[in-house]
Ligand binder design. Sequence first.
Ligand code: AMP
Length: 108
Amino acid sequence: MCIFCQIIEGKIPNKTVLEDENFLAFEDINPQAQKHILIIPKDHIVSFDVMPPKVMANMTTFIQKVASKLDVSKEGYRLITNIGDNGGQEVHHLHFHLLAGEKLGTLV
Ligand code: AMP
């Protein structure tokens, strides 16, 4: 079973930031910014590339709630989702990285 599915099932501990019926937000184990949260759907969806748009709409609302709970909306934050090998995706369960809490360097 994939590592994020094991986290969803409680088989691997996590530091939860926000959870509802369909999504989970938790702290990244290897933070790349002062605040580094992973946001995942509870269904095993491999990547953004195969994410149903209707589920993405609900995930958008959930991500906005995470940002609100972290109180980073005003200062800003970065969302990243890696897709496949060339995208650098290591865990093949869709996740958005939410990076915040500091001024981040320019990527693109
Ligand atoms: P990606 O390279 O986009 O697939 O990102 C995978 C992310 O999952 C990395 O930032 C890892 O640090 C993170 N990660 C892997 N295992 C865990 C875990 N058990 N708890 C929290 N974060 C994890």
